[in-house]
Design a protein around this ligand. Structure first.
Ligand SMILES: Cc1cc2nc3c(=O)[nH]c(=O)nc-3n(C[C@H](O)[C@H](O)[C@H](O)COP(=O)(O)O)c2cc1C
Length: 372
């Protein structure tokens, strides 16, 4: 049986399902061209906005590693450690839209067979902000982007009408999608934050309002660790930190749960899986929960000698997926996509040691203590 790594996702043809996520690996023309040369099927650009960006006066990203020795998880370099996670408080792209546009044109004309997805973000405080979404959308599409990813998930915004804050508000989600779908005619992916209890509803609102896919997850809001000896945070500016985002292997299981929740609620809709993908095993796990597209950030950034775009990683992902399909007699990821959906059930459906499962309730009505 001929095997194919090619996938169709939101009506776009990908040479393989592996995409660099919106982040430092996709922050410049130079890096994106290098990524395409290495073999990535697509990239989502670092998020482009219209608001001025000034990053913190210190490291924007740290990499935490785990070891059996103390300290267990730390950014401190030690022998015999493995990657645990990234932690960052980096804002969206500081390259203005005007400089991005000629870069996007050149990238698309150099690699017409690779998918270029423009990540954009504006506010939601009124008509002017909706016009900003439209301006960004039109400009990126005119410059050659095949699709857009709307960033409704940046965890670093104080503004309550931007980033992760708006993923809790279905009216705002609908409003932004209305503005963007009126402005352009390309597939619209919506990147949501995992940090909301209303994720499935937010995804439903986005799909109903015209989103072609949900991208999930952005980083999980989190704090860096404090070193007990120095009593300093492992990353800080003038002794202060604020909530940042965790990515990498440490978020894999949580990201899978979120993707599964959405995929089971909307099995006919597209979902792009992100969070902790380091190789084929993690990618496989997103696909079985329904993801038709995989995005990678931390593992690409961590790869030494690749300029932070995961040159070896994309080669391994493609060859390991190809070898797997061949070994299993499958022709594409569609042969196993979503197979886990029906095996995620409610607690009460899992066999118990004894017959009864009371779901946390007492089996009998509690004794009325006042009657004693
Ligand atoms: C340093 C850094 C910067 C990021 N910047 C953005 C961004 O501008 N827009 C966005 O949508 N996601 C951004 N992300 C989130 C990633 O795209 C991705 O969703 C997240 O890191 C989880 O994937 P991973 O576990 O492969 O790292 C950033 C992540 C990191 C580590």
């Amino acid at each position: 049986m001929p095997i194919s790594l090619a996938t169709s996702f939101t009506s776009l043809d990908f040479v393989n399902p592996f995409v660099l996520a919106s982040a430092p690996p996709t922050e410049s023309k130079r890096k994106i061209l290098k990524a395409f040369e290495a073999g990535w099927g697509g990239v989502v650009t670092k998020t482009i906005g219209l608001h001025p960006v000034e990053n913190v006066a210190g490291p924007k990203t740290i990499y935490q590693r785990a070891s059996e020795e103390k300290p267990y998880v730390s950014r401190t370099k030690r022998p015999d450690t493995v990657s645990h996670s990234s932690w960052n408080w980096e804002l969206i792209s500081d390259q203005p839209l005007e400089l991005w546009l000629p870069d996007l044109e050149e990238i698309k004309s150099t690699y017409p067979d690779r998918m270029l997805i423009g990540s954009i973000m504006a506010g939601a405080g009124g008509a002017e902000e909706m016009a900003n979404w439209q301006k960004l959308a039109r400009a990126c599409v005119d410059a050659g982007c095949d699709a857009l990813e709307l960033n409704m998930s940046c965890p670093h915004m104080d503004r309550k009408d931007m980033g992760a804050h708006i993923a809790n508000d279905e009216d705002i989600i609908r409003g932004i999608l209305k503005a963007v779908t009126e402005a352009v005619d390309v597939p619209i992916w919506v990147k949501l934050t995992p940090a909301t209890s209303t994720l499935v509803d937010a995804a439903g609102a986005a799909y109903a309002a015209g989103a072609s896919a949900i991208s999930l997850c952005n980083t999980f809001p989190s704090l860096p660790l404090m070193d007990p000896e120095t009593m300093k945070f492992e990353v800080e500016v003038d002794g202060y930190v604020t909530s940042g985002g965790q990515g990498g292997l440490a978020i894999l299981n949580q990201a899978l749960q979120r993707v599964s929740d959405i995929s089971r609620a909307y099995p006919d809709q597209a979902i792009s899986g992100i969070g902790g993908i380091k190789g084929f095993h993690e990618a496989f796990n997103f696909i079985v929960h329904g993801a038709g597209n995989l995005q990678v950030c931390t593992a690409a950034m961590e790869e030494k000698g690749s300029g932070g775009v995961g040159v070896k990683l994309i080669q391994e992902l493609c060859s390991d997926l190809g070898a797997y399909l061949e070994r299993k007699g499958m022709s594409s990821i569609e042969d196993f996509r979503g197979i886990a959906r029906e095996r995620i059930v409610e607690h009460s459906k899992i066999r118990r040691k004894s017959d009864a499962y009371n779901g946390g309730y007492q089996a009998e009505a509690p004794v009325d203590q006042t009657a004693v």
